[in-house]
Ligand binder design. Sequence first.
Ligand SMILES: Cc1cc2nc3c(=O)[nH]c(=O)nc-3n(C[C@H](O)[C@H](O)[C@H](O)COP(=O)(O)OP(=O)(O)OC[C@H]3O[C@@H](n4cnc5c(N)ncnc54)[C@H](O)[C@@H]3O)c2cc1C
Length: 373
Amino acid sequence: MAAVKNLVVGAGLSGSVVARKIVEELDESVVVIDSRNHIGGNSYDYRDDVTGIVVHKYGPHIFHTNNKEVWDFISRFTKWRPYQHKVHGFVDGQFVPIPFNLNSLRMVFPRVLADKIENKLLDKIGFNKKVSILELRKVNDKDLEFLAQYIYEKIFLEYTIKQLGLSPNEIDSSVFGRVPIYISRDDRYFQDKYQGIPLNTYTEMFRKMLEHPDIKVELKTPFDKAMKYERLFWTGSVDEFFDYTFGVLPYRSVVFDFLTFNQEKFQAVASVNNYPTNYDFTRMTEYKHFLADWSDKTIVSCEYPIDFSIGKNDRIYPIANNDNIALCEKYIDLAKRLPNVYFFGRLGDYKYYDMDEAAERAFEVFKKIKEGR
Ligand SMILES: Cc1cc2nc3c(=O)[nH]c(=O)nc-3n(C[C@H](O)[C@H](O)[C@H](O)COP(=O)(O)OP(=O)(O)OC[C@H]3O[C@@H](n4cnc5c(N)ncnc54)[C@H](O)[C@@H]3O)c2cc1C
């Protein structure tokens, strides 16, 4: 079998961006393989046959970035529906904006207390600032300490226990310390300059990105060591490439339970991220919000976090604690010794990346190759 010039493992965002860059800027051919039966990786979506609603198979994906280069590149393959994501948390029986902001404050506390805390936040930190619980505690004010503790308990703690499958004392304080409070009345989840949902689905956007005479896509094709290549771009999990020599990198997986309801709307916003103390799921997402799909029915997913197990479920979130990062570094050291093999993407780097960050990383890998040619 003749060697493939460029073999890309994974037809997700990372692999697709690199493939497109290679054919356009190096004028070389690329073969993209993916073990799944579809392109798009975890950003894959599809239109439900019965309701016509576009559903994100691996959970809600909102494109948002401040990086114009990324936005311009991706926008070559799709038009956008302008969309600003809003998220609620279910706290003490009420749906409140997340991240917790001045509107949330007024919803959960009596007016006199909310006034007092709001004035202190404005005075000691300032309007339109984001502050973490840890920073709030450092202000050394008993009302702000009370607020930090309230958010920690009601929004963060139970949610994180479910999400990570850890007990409270196993959770690193630096993690909860990063939980933000937004001193603003802006209820949007992201404040990035560019935000949207692909008008004709993410999958169509990926199809266009991969549509090129020099790109061949082979689905239902797991990587096989017998495959020959001049360059290999690996966006699968780095431990898998090395046959788990040092051990398996742990991930959290998620079971998505999709439900169709005979009602026009289920919830006020696309995602209710926090069901901290109620139910076993962490998040409910109603998909018709993203593209304003009209239907007299609606589709909602509930997310149940579980441990990842090879061959049984998908790798969803890397568990980036110190031990796992150290394990990953051992693999990265091995990877560095291989000429013409490049590891990147959320699995190749063992890092949580938003889509724009995955694209930036793919640009970076490509740039290295282009400059080294
Ligand atoms: C629940 C959830 C919600 C998210 N929401 C957002 C959001 O709102 N906004 C945002 O910007 N980002 C979001 N993300 C992040 C986004 O999914 C990632 O940035 C993106 O998927 C990264 O692309 P990737 O190509 O690196 O990885 P992936 O999309 O995972 O693609 C990797 C591909 O490689 C294939 N593969 C792996 N190993 C092999 C092998 N051995 N042989 C063949 N094929 C293989 C896999 O099948 C997969 O298709 C979310 C992620 C999750 C999990």
